[in-house]
Design a protein around this ligand. Structure first.
Ligand SMILES: NC(=O)C1=CN([C@@H]2O[C@H](COP(=O)(O)OP(=O)(O)OC[C@H]3O[C@@H](n4cnc5c(N)ncnc54)[C@H](OP(=O)(O)O)[C@@H]3O)[C@@H](O)[C@H]2O)C=CC1
Ligand SMILES: Nc1c(N[C@@H]2O[C@H](COP(=O)(O)O)[C@@H](O)[C@H]2O)[nH]c(=O)[nH]c1=O
Length: 365
């Protein structure tokens, strides 16, 4: 396999009936998902997509991903890698996390690139949620004599991972608004407020997770209370960021408590700052700015407002471990909003959270 492994793919759940699939398809999807995960946060407004090409024995020959909007799609990228490696003649099956496009956008149709290759079987992880595109790619391939298989089923771990990859894209395609992830850190006593003089109480592993989430998202939503209390940088520092990435920093506040110097400093750190006066403005402002996935890093006041308004899609709670324990490890919980019932959280793709179930939020709890 030519793509470098960059993150751990999700584990196979009990519902994945690997025995029903020919050899190599599971490994192909894992390689494709892994390749796509490395570019979450870099492809907006496009979804992250991964592709792997297998030989007739099911061996993964190459894996590749869509890396940025306007750049090659994952299928074209994988076919190019295959050619560069002199392996084109060995290609038999192609595995891709999202239905191949059948239209000419900024790049040519992937269906035609596949048809021009020796590939005769295509496995698709999820249909394209864009109503203008959905079904057409699969149909074009079938009409040309390709055997096309689509993953589906809520118990299929690979299908769920492919759904998770497009969750923010799907949300934006259907509503015009971003997927909103709340990240809330609690200390061992249940408080969100760091001790005086400190900015954090979570472990270095959890900080890495928090920074990975920043890397995956297009915007950070905060409140003036957090800006004034912490003067946060909101940068990605605990792991490498996507090169040249600019993000939106949306600051909720009814007045003008944040100084021009603070806004200017955030701009110098790579943020386009938006002041948001009311909750009603959050989704339209971020939607118009092209945000696909936004995260909230705010204090108790903003979180209470969002919770009350139901203005969130998934909620990550990082609870500091009891410091008196011998080997303290923070507890990580992910809840899915009732408005996302039956969907899959994109958080499940983060290696630190791949074992965390998407529990439904119980509002009476
Ligand atoms: N543990 C964690 O995960 C985090 C902890 N924190 C901590 O939280 C503390 C700050 O808490 P807090 O003051 O609650 O900060 P917030 O980030 O929640 O900001 C509060 C401010 O947000 C604005 N706001 C809140 N709700 C609305 C709404 N519905 N419409 C418009 N504006 C709104 C108001 O601004 P205005 O008054 O200008 O109208 C309000 O004063 C700090 O100690 C910080 O360290 C912060 C982030 C994460
Ligand atoms: N205290 C706290 C968090 N707080 C969040 O991190 C912000 C500081 O970010 P930065 O300036 O980039 O270091 C702070 O303002 C708040 O939004 N996060 C966590 O994961 N764990 C923690 O214990």
């Amino acid at each position: 396999m030519l793509a470098a492994p960059l993150s751990r793919p999700p584990p196979l759940g009990p519902g994945s009936d690997a025995s029903q699939r020919p050899p190599g398809v599971e490994a192909g999807f894992r390689a494709a998902i892994e390749a796509a995960c490395a570019f979450i946060g870099a492809t907006t407004p496009n979804p992250p997509v991964g592709c792997a090409i297998l030989d007739a024995t099911g061996r993964v020959l190459v894996a590749a991903a869509h890396q940025r909007a306007g750049g090659s799609h994952a299928e074209a990228q994988a076919l190019r890698l295959l050619e560069q490696a002199g392996l084109t003649a060995q290609a038999a099956a192609l595995v891709v996390t999202l239905e191949p496009c059948n239209h000419t956008g900024r790049t040519g149709p992937c269906t035609e690139a596949i048809l021009a290759s020796p590939v005769r079987t295509v496995w698709i992880g999820s249909a394209d949620p864009n109503p203008l595109v959905t079904g057409h790619g699969a149909e074009r391939l079938r009409d040309a004599g390709i055997a096309v298989h689509m993953l589906n089923g809520p118990d299929d771990a690979l299908s769920r991972a492919c759904q998770a990859l497009i969750a923010p894209f799907r949300c934006r395609a259907i509503t015009g608004h971003p997927w909103i992830t709340v990240k809330q850190a609690l200390d061992a006593s249940g408080s969100m407020i760091p001790p005086r003089g400190a900015s954090t109480f979570t472990s270095s592993a959890s900080l890495r997770l928090a920074h990975r989430l920043r890397r995956c998202t297009d915007a950070i939503i905060t409140g003036t209370g957090t800006i004034l209390a912490d003067d946060p940088s909101f940068t990605v520092r605990h792991l490498p960021d996507h090169p040249g990435r600019r993000r939106i920093l949306a600051i909720l506040g009814r007045g003008d408590r944040v100084s021009a110097e603070t806004i200017q400093a955030a701009g110098a750190r790579g943020f386009d700052v938006r002041s948001i006066r009311s909750l009603d403005e959050v989704l339209p402002t971020l939607g118009e700015a092209g945000v696909m996935w936004a995260m909230v890093e705010a204090g108790p006041s903003v979180l209470a407002s969002l919770r009350e308004a139901g203005l969130w899609d998934d909620w990550l709670t990082i609870t500091q471990a009891d410091p008196t324990r011998h080997d303290p490890v923070d507890r990580l919980d992910v809840s899915l909003s009732p408005r996302r019932a039956g969907e899959v959280s994109p958080l499940s793709l983060l290696p630190e959270l791949s074992d965390t179930s998407n529990t439904q939020w119980d509002d009476d709890a």
